[in-house]
Design a protein. Sequence first.
Length: 303
Amino acid sequence: MIARYINKLYSFFLSAPRKILFARIIFFAAIILFILHSLAIIFINWGIIPVHFYTTNGSPPNLLAAIYTPFSLLLLYEIYLLIYYLTESITTYLAKQYEIIAIILIRRTFDDLANLSSMERVYDVNNISGLLWTFGGLLLLFLLIFCFYQLSGYKHVRIDESACSNKEKNFILIKKVLSLILFAVFIFVFMASFIELYHFPSLSLNNLVSVLKEMSNTFFGTFFTALILTEVLLLLFTYRLTESFSKVIRNSGFIISTIMLKLSFNTDGEINMLFILIAVSFGVMVLGISKFFDKMTGKRIDN
């Protein structure tokens, strides 16, 4: 009886049709808000809209700042996908975490480029070295995510529960419960963070974006804490499903990787990128070693 209600609730929020619907909503909302944000900046630069509508310091806005808006919506969709794939694969679930971090860094990079409003600032040595470090870190991060997907097999196929054993069905049901809890946490933390929008000092678009940035840091720090707790619970339930040493060590390593990602939200600049690269590299190495371990022990069993 309880399992039936859980499956119905899960299908309502996290089924494939709901994922498609959410993707369409995010897609159209991102386009509309990007166009509105861009038009607002253009009209301000043309003098049609007063400058104080955008910022209180009197400096003209940069059109690149509008890119921050659609990437913020893409992050929401990536979080939904992370929760959606939790019941399918732990590796895909972790890969979505890496994708979220990558989009956060890309969004931050566009914001940094938009802040370079003068040529003097662009050719400043510190700015150039900072941009080179960011670009190099992003390229390495993309390579690490690619390696992670290659090692994991990169398969997005829903599990056929009818072909699973009773123990596996129970484990899938547990993951559905955790997914629903994580989805509820996602909604609650997002709405709680959104309350901060009522505390900005003036009704300028730039102040609104600044509050959104602060809200983003608070939101992701809290949400990644929920991800860590979810992974710990999954690790404990894994013991009931399998006695595989490699899977237990792999999932433990994934928890360490997520903790490192959460710690990165408390850092800035080069240290932030370093924390992220170490976290993703650790996840890739743990997955690679567990795959190699399974292959070698399989050979020994066959012999």
